[in-house]
Design a binder for this molecule. Structure first.
Ligand code: TXE
Length: 484
């Protein structure tokens, strides 16, 4: 039977390729419910071919390329992303349902700066030297080898480039398995990187479903390193597959991050920050502040102001540059999020705003949209207040003391991020240090410097990436000791 939808291809050994199975998965535009393209349903055989290509490329011209040439190549990839910004933003917006303005401002801009940053990091890196009496130690780096990079659908090119750029900077080769929901910018990156001069086999992309294409990549005996960003449940499978083979492993998993607002906070700034933290990217960012803890004296005023702000967000066509909130990534994901809203009602919560599908004109009346939702009155240990919902839903809880706020923030299995809003400098530091999370913002949210460590505690992940942490992770730092 002939097909009518465009087809995305894998990219293996420097060339586009169909999957060995010749089977396809249909991708639906979540903002309209229309099928838009097909992607390869790859399996173990495709992963194997990509790993073979990546292993061979390690010893080809890529292996002989020095730091200066590699850094220049990363800069050329950044240039190519910048030159193709509009096309990439349009693909990302349609694949994810996110507003085009967000895709341009955040996703594609950040993908460019990931390559730019690691080009600079490579050029300016200082390596330790430990002199002894009569001996000299110095640190030498080898590439980790073939890297398996598995990425999710919420920030597709942003998160993929966060892994690919440092992996290439350190001289590795990579096999990428992007999310089956958002494959197109990964294929575009492979094409642009090769046009920029990346040798064949260095960057391979294999599309397909997690258990069929992701699982064989994590378990492949010739893959030296696995970097995974995704849900905590999948992260457990990835860890179980990688651990017996002693692969280097980095896991960036879910979060249930607290936004803590004290009674001395600048209310307007705190409400604006909490609203951004709750609803950016339809609440589908692992760093989103999905639980707001507010000093009791401020609670009612805070909720009223948050409700006004949330209800005013412009929701609709992701391709409209004025849109602030787009569609969720899929209809199945919206059902999951709606299930939590129903559960919140059962758990005794009050829906202060949202909770329903917005009325939109065709074709977006068929899309997976959901109004930004603020829930109050839930116990802090309710499932909606402790499990990752990953949608435009936030719960608000009052607290009485600083100690109680910290205890509430820490009473979840996650430990990724959070924010503290107060004018009391000493308290800001105390609380930031007491909250169990990899990252804390004080009077701001999602301000990112690419040099700082990024990663989670508890069930939010294992390891750190960013700046020198990425350089360490994507290489084998070795000590060489010389008798003088
Ligand atoms: O992600 P998965 P899903 C959370 C969020 C969301 C939940 C599930 O709560 O509701 O996870 O989302 C690949 N071996 N986050 O199911 O499954 C998969 O193909 C190897 C938080 O969409 O984690 C995709 O490429 N790989 C998160 C990638 O893993 C497997 C972002 C992520 O998909 C695999 C996304 C397997 N067995 C969701 N199964 C964050 N930390 O930002 C699937 N995959």
């Amino acid at each position: 039977m002939s097909h009518t939808l465009p087809r995305v291809q894998n990219f293996v050994g420097g060339k586009p390729a169909d999957s060995v199975s010749r089977c396809w998965v249909t991708k639906t535009d979540s903002a309209t419910s229309r099928p838009i393209f097909e992607l390869p349903r790859s399996n173990e055989a495709d992963i194997d071919a990509a790993v073979v290509a990546a292993r061979q490329a390690l010893s080809g011209p890529w292996g002989a390329m020095g730091i200066t040439a590699r850094a220049a190549l990363l800069d050329r990839i950044a240039d190519a992303i910048a030159e193709n910004r509009d096309e990439l933003a349009a693909l990302e917006s349609q694949d994810t349902g996110k507003p085009i303005a967000l895709a341009r401002r955040v996703d594609i801009a950040r993908a460019e700066s990931n390559f730019r940053f690691f080009a600079g990091a490579l050029r300016h890196e200082e390596r330790p030297c430990h002199p002894m009496d009569g001996h000299l130690n110095y640190t030498h780096r080898r590439p980790a080898g073939v890297c398996g990079l598995i990425t999710p659908w919420n920030l597709p090119l942003y998160l993929l480039s966060w892994k690919v750029a440092p992996a290439l900077a350190m001289g590795n080769t990579v096999v990428c398995k992007p999310s089956e929901l958002t494959p197109r910018t990964a294929s575009a990156l492979a094409r642009l990187a090769h046009a920029a001069g990346l040798p064949a086999g260095v960057l391979n992309v294999v599309h397909g479903l997690g258990p069929e294409a992701g699982a064989p990549l994590t378990a492949h005996p010739d893959v030296d390193l696995v970097s995974f960003t995704g849900g905590t449940a999948t992260g457990r499978h990835v860890a179980a597959a990688a651990a017996p083979q002693f692969k280097k492993l980095s896991l960036e998993l879910g979060g249930k991050n607290a936004t803590i607002v004290f009674d001395d906070a600048d209310l307007d700034a705190a409400v604006a920050g909490a609203c951004r933290a709750a609803f950016t990217n339809q609440g589908q960012i692992c760093l989103c502040g999905s639980r707001i803890l507010v000093a009791r004296a401020l609670h009612d005023r805070f909720v009223a102001a948050l409700v006004d702000r949330a209800a005013a967000l412009r929701i609709g066509d992701p391709a409209d540059p004025a849109t602030e909130l787009g569609a969720l990534v899929s209809h199945a994901h919206r059902e999951k999020v709606e299930g939590y809203i129903a559960l919140a009602r059962e758990e005794g919560g009050t829906i202060a705003t949202g909770g329903q599908r917005p009325a939109l004109p065709a074709p977006h009346d068929q899309g997976a949209f959901l109004a930004p939702t603020v829930i109050t009155g839930l116990p802090i240990d309710a499932r909606c207040a402790t499990e990752e919902i990953f949608g435009p839903v936030v719960t608000v809880h009052p607290f009485d003391t600083e100690e109680e706020a910290v205890a509430m923030a820490n009473a979840v299995r996650y430990g990724l991020a959070g924010s503290v809003w107060t004018r009391d400098l000493a308290r800001a530091h105390r609380v930031a240090q007491a909250v169990e999370s990899g990252m804390i913002w004080v009077n701001c949210w999602l301000v990112r410097d690419l040099r700082v460590p990024f990663g989670g505690m508890k069930h939010s992940g294992v390891g750190r990436e960013g700046g020198r942490w990425s350089l360490d992770f994507y290489s084998e730092p070795r000590n060489i000791c010389v008798a003088l």
